[in-house]
Write a protein that binds this ligand. Structure first.
Ligand SMILES: [Zn+2]
Length: 527
């Protein structure tokens, strides 16, 4: 007798193969049988007739490092069918930080993650990962570039070389031995962006020796640090020079490049022809979200958060700070919207456009942005406005689906979930938006889309026995109605749950039952 049998569903097994009708039995934390199980009984049976049974979805890019520690059930991910999230993205995380750096860098990245958990030991990958055992979903990690730099050279604008590079290489190697699946960076964030290409090649030679993956938000600041080419060119060159497997974070067209998928992919396809092993990911929205410090030049950040806050209040820095915002944040700032501000006095600005917030404060948009950063102590984030033309939004969405129809694309929500404010809906709707609304609009096959959300990332990042519905695999499963599944979260009401996803299992335990989170904490740090 099995613990549970899902009866009569259409199994989309994650491999990309056509759906087939089968029963799926769960025993303990694994799938014990798939097929006609009419002769088998179970302690509980779930009628899946008319529903699709697929592997639990894998989010390759989630900024859940903070929220998972405060709200372990993680309903917003589970309700989308996500059973595994990759945290430590963009090289921004608590992992590998000494307690002193956890205190300062934790505050520096609070716009993404909320207040830092300064009572926890994050100093090794082993210790960091232990804090994510027993959450609602499984969690996988990479060694984050920012902490590696901070522990090696401090918050300084110098490349890692000599002794500091040797120390960083040891840190990366140790993290790989303690369960990291690779190395992550975001080369528009600090201190990551102080690196040069040679540093990244050296660190990724270590990653390659462990068969790990280089996960990168490509460089679009400090292009001079990449003398052979910045952006996607640098990422491909790092693959060529180090031999590492490369994974490009949130790579899609933008409203300014809508429709230009071939141009977007030209460099990647050339590198693949040259033998570089490349995968990519994207999320299905035309607007991005981040923290405003992204648009302050490297000189503003040197020394870390306390120095940056001093500069934000120093009249002699005012012109430089304003010039940086106006040059690095052009054309986007007026329509941007504050998503979350961790200062009681400024809460009324959440959900307000930068133009309106500036008018209310009687300041320019740049002055308003700088004063919110200073007064909140960097506890603030924003999202872009949507393009005025629906046709542009729909073109970017069509581009996303064209990218996802390739064999090398996965889905990373880039979600920045907050239980306050007006966050970007991508944290709440990415997966059902693709599987429902956009699939039905564009006709990309369900089997192919599920593969990109399950077996492809599981194989790429070495998540053993996950990502496929087959006997012996972990029972991470999602059951959904392929006609009804859809996102409901939008930019005005971003936290509404998806529809059409009645059941989700994590490691064999029912985590969503008839569309509601059960509260079970069956996830763990994997692989
Ligand atoms: Zn990100």
């Amino acid at each position: 007798m099995a613990d549970l049998i899902l009866r009569g569903g259409a199994v989309v097994d994650g491999s990309g193969a056509p759906a087939f009708r089968a029963d799926v039995a769960i025993d303990g934390e694994r799938i014990s049988a798939v097929g006609d199980l009419s002769g088998m009984s179970a302690a509980r049976e779930v009628n899946a007739v008319g529903l699709t049974v697929a592997p639990g979805l894998i989010d390759t890019h989630a900024h859940s490092d903070g929220v998972l520690l405060r709200d372990p059930i993680h309903a917003h991910g589970l309700l989308q069918g996500v059973t595994t999230e990759f945290i430590t993205q963009d090289g921004l995380s608590y992992a590998l930080l000494s307690s002193e750096n956890l205190n300062s860098y934790g505050r520096y990245i609070a716009g993404l993650y909320g207040p830092p958990p300064t009572d926890l030991d994050m100093s090794t990958m082993h210790a960091f990962r232990s804090h994510y055992d027993g959450k609602g979903c499984n969690v996988a990690v990479q060694a984050p570039h920012g902490p590696v730099r901070l522990e090696s050279v401090g918050f300084q604008d110098v490349p890692l070389e000599g002794a500091s590079l040797a120390q960083a290489e040891r840190m990366v190697a140790e993290a790989m031995e303690q369960g990291a699946t690779g190395f992550s960076t975001g080369l528009s964030y600090y201190p990551n962006s102080y690196s040069n290409t040679d540093e990244l090649v050296a660190l990724n030679q270590v990653v390659a020796a462990y068969d790990g993956v280089y996960v990168t938000h490509i460089r679009n600041h400090n292009d001079d640090r990449a003398p052979d080419g910045s952006g996607i060119v640098e990422a491909m060159n790092i693959g060529r020079r180090s031999g590492v497997k490369v994974h490009i974070s949130h790579y899609r067209t933008h409203p300014t490049s809508a429709g230009q998928v071939d141009e977007l992919m030209a460099e990647v396809d050339q590198a693949k022809a040259d033998g570089v092993d490349v995968t990519l990911e994207c999320y299905p929205y035309s607007a991005a979200a981040t923290v405003p410090g992204y648009f302050l030049r490297g000189e503003c950040h040197v020394g870390g958060i306390d120095r940056l806050l001093e500069r934000l209040g120093d009249p002699s820095w005012r012109d430089r700070l304003v010039d940086s915002l106006e040059n690095l944040f052009p054309g986007r700032s007026d329509s941007a919207t504050w998503t979350w501000i961790g200062a009681e006095r400024l809460k009324h600005l959440e959900g307000m456009s930068f133009a309106d917030a500036a008018a209310q404060m009687g300041a320019s948009v740049s002055e308003m942005t700088l004063s919110v950063m200073r007064e909140s102590g960097l506890h603030c984030g924003f999202r872009d406005g949507l393009p005025a033309s629906a046709s542009l939004v729909r073109q970017v969405e069509a581009d996303v689906m064209a990218l996802l129809s390739r064999d090398d694309y996965m889905v990373g929500s880039d979600g920045i979930p907050f239980d306050e404010g007006v966050p970007h809906p991508r944290a709440y709707g990415t997966f059902p938006r693709i599987l429902g609304r956009l699939r039905r609009r564009t006709g990309v096959s369900l089997e192919h889309l599920v593969r990109g959300m399950t077996s492809l990332p599981a194989t790429r990042f070495g998540l053993t026995d996950r990502g496929v519905v087959a006997e012996g695999y972990f029972a991470d499963l999602v059951v959904f109605d392929d006609e009804a599944v859809t996102d409901t979260a939008d930019f005005n009401d971003p936290r509404t749950p998806p529809a059409g996803i009645p059941y989700v299992f994590v490691n064999g335990q029912l985590a969503v039952d008839r569309g509601r989170p059960t509260g079970v904490l069956a996830g763990r740090s994997i692989p």
